[in-house]
Design a protein around this ligand. Structure first.
Ligand SMILES: [Mg+2]
Length: 395
């Protein structure tokens, strides 16, 4: 799918990280050619406890000096199979980052923003929006800060939700069930879920009936407890029920929950590739799938997932992105290209200086991320911020 025969021959590879919170370090890399074109990708390992950088370095070795014309060259030149990518999350993360960096570079070569490059490459009609609606995920802002402070009380949840609403977001998401982890001692609704429901009530009280609260359960429940929880969430006016159980390892249970639930069931943030997400929809496991640009195959694959699934099941794709500014930017290009119906996730208030991670600064206004008019991603990780708040290295 090269646009007018563009190609990119990477030679240099370097990594950097920015520490946002005690348990949030955004990790990125730059893939550069001898003409000064730099493609970037984020490889923050929020979900797997393994450094992705050495895997990127290994895969990149096969790409260096090659004439790359498509981000899928990352897969073919490394002889990777679809099965490997679906089963190995660290590998999928490295591949997603590399595919992002390569398409960022190719779009720069073509002198197009990434969103326009995607639409031109795949013959997508019309002009894309230049700003992308976001929803506010308040989870990460409720984790401990450097001074150790964090308020997981219902009031703490309400305060954070209120802050997001005052900033112009119309949807917030929280993960309130800290006390829960299946199996439970009592049948029906687990007693441990009461505190989570209190947090939900407090947050929903400030969000109000006309705006939306989404609830993520981080796979803390099982079939029976999820079925008991669903009517409780519905009673509180919750907008969706995300991952009561793991959609990958417990797909059969989730299918039963979805069948019995009246609420929208969302999930599958760790999946890779169009085929995987299509299967989840075809097999009625979920109502809304949540591809993450860091795991799903990068912005091109995210675009293809969105385009394919939205054409068959309208409102079925919500991009997952509790990540750093570079991933949010890549996700925004992908969602703008396929015309997202559901807002893109944004982890709010993890760091007051978050916008400074990118050059030019990340711009979020009234709940929308604004794309810049630069080529490719239109933003790069700022080396000054890396020097102040992180580190830079080569593998
Ligand atoms: Mg989630």
């Amino acid at each position: 799918m090269p646009v007018s025969g563009e190609w990119f021959t990477p030679t240099g590879l370097s990594f950097n990280s920015v520490v946002a919170r005690p348990d949030t370090t955004w990790v990125h890399f730059s893939f550069s050619d001898d003409d000064g074109i730099v493609g970037q990708g984020e490889i923050t390992d929020t979900q797997v406890d393994q450094s992705i950088a050495p895997i990127v370095a290994r895969l990149a070795d096969r790409l260096r000096g090659q004439k790359l014309t498509s981000d899928s060259d990352v897969i073919t030149l490394n002889n990777l199979t679809a099965e490997q990518l679906e089963e190995d999350v660290p590998l999928a993360t490295a591949v997603s980052g590399l595919r992002c960096a390569v398409v960022d570079a190719l779009a720069q070569r073509a002198q197009l923003s990434l969103v326009d490059y995607l639409r031109v490459s795949f013959g997508h009609e019309g002009k894309a929006e230049q700003k992308v609606r976001l929803y506010s995920n308040i989870n990460r802002a409720l984790k401990p800060d450097f001074d150790g402070s964090n308020d997981r009380s219902p009031d703490g949840f309400a305060e954070m939700a209120e802050r997001a609403m005052e900033a112009g977001f119309t949807t917030a998401k929280c993960a309130p069930f800290d006390e829960c982890m299946a199996p439970f001692n009592n049948s029906g609704l687990p007693r441990e879920a009461e505190m989570g429901l209190d947090r939900i009530r407090a947050a929903k009280a400030v969000i109000g009936p006309d705006r939306t609260l989404l609830v993520d359960c981080h796979s803390r429940f099982d079939l029976e407890s999820a079925l008991a929880l669903e009517p409780e969430l519905r009673k509180e006016g919750v907008g969706w029920f995300e991952e009561p159980v793991d959609p990958i390892t417990m797909a059969d249970d989730l299918r039963i929950i979805r069948d019995k639930a009246e609420m929208t069931m969302a999930g599958a943030e760790m999946g890779y590739g169009v085929a995987f997400f299509t299967k989840l929809m075809e097999e009625d496991v979920l109502d809304v799938v949540m591809p993450d640009v860091k795991f799903c195959g990068g912005p091109v694959e995210a675009y293809l997932i969105g385009r394919e699934l939205e054409a068959r099941w309208e409102g079925s794709v919500s991009m997952h992105c509790p990540s750093g500014p570079l991933s949010l930017l890549a996700s925004a290009h992908a969602t703008a290209a396929f015309g997202n119906k559901i807002p893109l996730e944004h982890a709010v208030y993890e760091a007051e200086w978050r916008h400074e991670v990118l050059e030019p600064f990340e711009t979020i206004k009234d709940g929308y991320l604004e794309l810049t008019d630069g080529y490719g991603l239109g933003g790069r990780v700022d080396p000054v911020t890396v020097a102040m708040r992180g580190r830079a290295w080569t593998e």
